[in-house]
Design a protein around this ligand. Structure first.
Ligand SMILES: *[C@@H]1O[C@H](CO)[C@@H](O)[C@H](O)[C@H]1NC(C)=O
Ligand SMILES: *[C@@H]1O[C@H](CO)[C@@H](O)[C@H](O)[C@H]1NC(C)=O
Ligand SMILES: *[C@@H]1O[C@H](CO)[C@@H](O)[C@H](O)[C@H]1NC(C)=O
Ligand SMILES: *[C@@H]1O[C@H](CO)[C@@H](O)[C@H](O)[C@H]1NC(C)=O
Ligand SMILES: *[C@@H]1O[C@H](CO)[C@@H](O)[C@H](O)[C@H]1NC(C)=O
Ligand SMILES: *[C@@H]1O[C@H](CO)[C@@H](O)[C@H](O)[C@H]1NC(C)=O
Ligand SMILES: *[C@@H]1O[C@H](CO)[C@@H](O)[C@H](O)[C@H]1NC(C)=O
Ligand SMILES: *[C@@H]1O[C@H](CO)[C@@H](O)[C@H](O)[C@H]1NC(C)=O
Length: 513
């Protein structure tokens, strides 16, 4: 199997496809989402609290397109969306805090709905909640909101960068505080995944705007050679292996078996039947990519409670997948075992009629432009597989990424830009005496945790590490089924944030003497 990984993910999202997989150009720009994933219309349905109220109101702000260029001829603006909830806010008179989510690569409504933690803690902090969308995603599309223009080529996409996004956040927050006459209200930023990276970087670059950051599952060290390119898949391997050695072996052995079967007469038909693949499209690489997606995303979202983040999933889905694989009823039938595992990721609700390998329905989370980011700044080597990997052995290749980016956009990535602008090398030494008030949360079940900050850097730049945690699990709504370790993580985060705010009020009172 030759899998080439292109627009690595984030947040979740890895785009895997094979060199021989003939798919439309447009498809290359869209992470492959299974048809069973929540669709856009479900977003608005779930955008309500338990009592049926809307969770937030959407507002638009006239944002500057290029914060770093003063040429009047190139001055342009765009409509920048943010969501706001003032139900719990103590108001400006009391300088009550403002909690801001620094949006990542997708529709901000989706992130707001998956960041229940902020809603959960807002009442006790009397906090205003603000979720700011990342430019070029959701409804925050420059060039008149026209995606056809905004996404056309490097001339327009050139404005899609993390530094521009951070400047957007600073500009919007300062203007909002002025409008609310809440200039002295402390701001705390929150984010998960790429949003968590942005939150951490925001605190480092704009300490006068945010007093602290909760950076959840933020792999800020997954650049250049800082983190091994094998780390990501090693963690996935460890996750499945921790459930059972048989589970690991069956998955590991399956890739060759699929290749062998596909190459025999009638083999593809057999695979189609075994995996209930729709009639329109099948080949071995596409099938393997589809299975791999299920394993990667299930490892990332291996939450201790049932969730509907990427797909509807039961609690501890990796365990459930391995249970299907270890099921004695499937005997030695590898395909039946893998089908059972894949069914958990793609068909937990039981509503899938067939599995569509060529599904190119629009990605409901609006993650379309991550591929551009993965071709410019976000060169995060994660696709290496060593001998022990649950996936076939392969090397991460920068040259392959660069070639793809040149073919697609005519651009050359800048793999050292992120570490140049935000740092990363020797981060413990660099930040030990610089910066403060950042929480780095990581769950060790999460493949991204290998690129996270796992050790305390200083008194106030701290790492919270949960052995059983997955991708930004702390940011989800609390539930009555949450395990003790998760309750403890959130309690620590709340205590730390509350200390930041007390210290801020103390300093403010001193200033006002
Ligand atoms: C804020 O969120 C709560 C749910 O946590 C909801 O009940 C309330 O209606 C929301 N307020 C606004 C103004 O959207
Ligand atoms: C890039 O896209 C813009 C907007 O659609 C268009 O005006 C311009 O001609 C394109 N440039 C190139 C080099 O294709
Ligand atoms: C602040 O108020 C001005 C004037 O009403 C408005 O144009 C602007 O969008 C507001 N800023 C934000 C962040 O909503
Ligand atoms: C990473 O390390 C390899 C081997 O030491 C070296 O060839 C390469 O230039 C390094 N790349 C970066 C971006 O530091
Ligand atoms: C699988 O089991 C069947 C009978 O249960 C047996 O005939 C076959 O040889 C086994 N195949 C392998 C690969 O072990
Ligand atoms: C999805 O699950 C339902 C219920 O178990 C089953 O009838 C259906 O065949 C499954 N669909 C696919 C594509 O496997
Ligand atoms: C893209 O590839 C072409 C052909 O190899 C090369 O001439 C060009 O310099 C490359 N462009 C960039 C931006 O690297
Ligand atoms: C960080 O320091 C705190 C005490 O301040 C400690 O409880 C915690 O275990 C440390 N975290 C790590 C990952 O070592």
């Amino acid at each position: 199997m030759k899998i080439i990984e292109i627009g690595t993910l984030f947040l979740c999202f890895s785009v895997f496809f094979s060199s021989s997989f003939t798919i439309s150009y447009a498809k290359l720009f869209t992470p492959r989402f299974p048809s069973s994933i929540i669709k856009a219309e479900q977003l608005s349905v779930s955008a309500k609290s338990n009592n049926g109220n809307k969770l937030y109101r959407a507002k638009y702000f006239t944002q500057i397109l290029d914060h770093f260029n003063f040429n009047p001829a190139s001055y342009q603006t765009f409509q920048h969306r943010y969501l706001i909830n003032d139900t719990y806010w103590g108001g400006p008179e009391k300088n009550s805090p403002i909690f801001v989510y620094t949006g990542n690569e997708g529709d901000i409504e989706w992130f707001a709905q998956n960041t229940g933690f902020m809603f959960d803690i807002a009442p006790s902090f009397k906090a205003l909640l603000v979720f700011i969308e990342h430019r070029f995603y959701g409804k925050s599309i420059p060039f008149g909101g026209n995606k056809d223009i905004a996404y056309s080529n490097a001339t327009t996409l050139g404005y899609l960068t993390s530094t521009q996004a951070l400047a957007d956040y600073a500009t919007l927050i300062l203007d909002l505080k002025k409008n609310l006459t809440a200039v002295d209200s402390p701001v705390v930023v929150f984010g998960g995944s790429y949003g968590g990276m942005l939150a951490a970087w925001f605190r480092l670059k704009y300490p006068h705007v945010a007093i602290g950051a909760l950076a959840s599952s933020a792999p800020i060290l997954n650049f250049e050679n800082i983190t091994s390119p094998y780390s990501f898949n090693n963690i996935i391997t460890r996750d499945f292996r921790s459930e059972s050695e048989n589970c690991y072996k069956v998955i590991k052995g399956s890739w060759e078996q699929i290749d062998d079967t596909a190459s025999q007469p009638g083999g593809l038909d057999l695979l189609r039947k075994s995996f209930k693949i729709c009639k329109n499209y099948i080949d071995a690489d596409a099938l393997e990519g589809w299975l791999r997606t299920a394993f990667v995303y299930t490892a990332m979202t291996d939450y201790p409670i049932p969730t509907n983040f990427l797909n509807p999933l039961p609690a501890y889905p990796v365990k459930q997948m391995c249970k299907a694989i270890d099921d004695p009823a499937t005997g030695n039938d590898t395909f039946a075992k893998l089908y059972g595992a894949a069914n958990i990721y793609y068909n937990y609700t039981g509503s899938a009629t067939c599995n569509d390998l060529a599904d190119d329905s629009p990605d409901p989370h609006g993650l379309d432009m991550w591929v551009w980011q993965a071709c410019t700044e976000m060169i995060m080597p994660t696709s290496g597989n060593n001998k022990e990997s649950i996936f076939p052995e392969s090397q991460w290749s920068y040259a392959r990424r660069a070639e793809w980016c040149n073919d697609s956009y005519g651009i050359d990535p800048r793999p050292i830009w992120i570490t140049t602008v935000f740092g990363g090398h020797d981060i413990y030494r660099a930040l030990k005496r610089y910066g403060s008030n950042i929480i780095f949360f990581n769950g060790l079940r999460d493949p991204w945790s290998g690129g996270g900050v796992l050790k305390n850097i200083s008194e106030s730049i701290v790492a919270i590490v949960a052995e059983k945690g997955a991708h930004h699990v702390d940011l989800r709504y609390a539930t009555s089924e949450d395990p003790k370790w998760l309750q403890d993580v959130r309690e620590r985060e709340v205590n730390i944030i509350s200390n930041w705010i007390s210290q801020y009020y103390h300093d403010l009172a001193q200033d006002n003497l």
